[in-house]
Design a protein around this ligand. Sequence first.
Ligand code: AN7
Length: 360
Amino acid sequence: MPAGTVAAWRGVVEEFRGDLSLPAGAPAVSLREGNTPLVPALRAGRGADLYFKIEGQNPTGSFKDRGMAVAVSGALADGARFLVCASTGNTSASAAAYAARAGLPALLAVPAGEGAVAKGKLAQALAFGARLVLVRGNFDQALAAVRALATARPDAALVNSVNPLRLEGQKTGAFEVVQQLGDAPQWLCIPVGNAGNISAYWRGFCEYRQAGRSTRVPRLVGAQAAGAAPLVSGQWVDRPETVASAIRIGRPASAHLARAAVAEADGRFLAVADAAILEAYRFLAREEGIFCEPASAASLAGFWAAQRQGLIRQGEQVVCILTGSGLKDPDRAVAEGDPPLEAEATPEALLGALPRALCD
Ligand code: AN7
């Protein structure tokens, strides 16, 4: 192997194989996912020792790649002939990429309708050559359909997080947090949609403590959008609504796992209003220099809510998982930004666009 490639990150299957329950001898399908930065907050912590795990730096721009690498590796080991999933956009983008990598077709069912799936995610599915189906219904209905399809077709690999290998892959995010901090944090704040990721993180933290690689496990804050918050209300939501389309989910498939995780962790599910999600989204970009998608900003909104309630105290160590890249949802970024100006191509005209404070 040429010098310089020896220490290169190999992706989650090869880096963590000994800690994953993946059939021995399964090939590693990888785009070198994982190994994402843990960035200290400059201003968002408001007295807490806050860090952001930037999952938007995964190959397709979301945390889904961790789980998809492992699920698609398993699908190849099983001899699956195609991948199938329902999605609010990120799972489908990731499935499409790893399908291309594995040389398998992918069938993707996403909710139809204006704003149901952010444009960048649709673009990814199409670019990777997947078969994209716009389903007349919401995510929950699309998931029910693909689950039934997968039962009828044993040659299909269902790669939603009801596939246990998805959670196996996603728990590696918790492993990395422990490695990056030297121990588990006191709190983990994470957005909750279908409730797979929070369950996976909890499993990862528990396994590392069990193995003596950390001295503690974090308390969990699971942030749900107020219009799609079945784990806060205790009631399924038939018409979930939120600006954070990624987590517009009314019947989380992993609700049982997430409830158990939050109970064991002495944590909380908190509902955050769309206005609070967008405030966090803008703050992350403008005050921290971190561009994530709205659903990801729900974790910061959840952290702030927990702080206001006195749940998270001054000086405590907290990690917010920023699950997806801001580039996924260009329409939202444009809507939230100051409108651009138009000017002649002269220095005088450009200087006229400077903020007032810089004008003299
Ligand atoms: C950016 O892509 O459900 O609670 O189909 O895209 O594990 O569902 C996405 C979910 C958080 C919630 N942040 O994670 C899908 C999908 C982002 C997401 C979540 C999603 P889960």
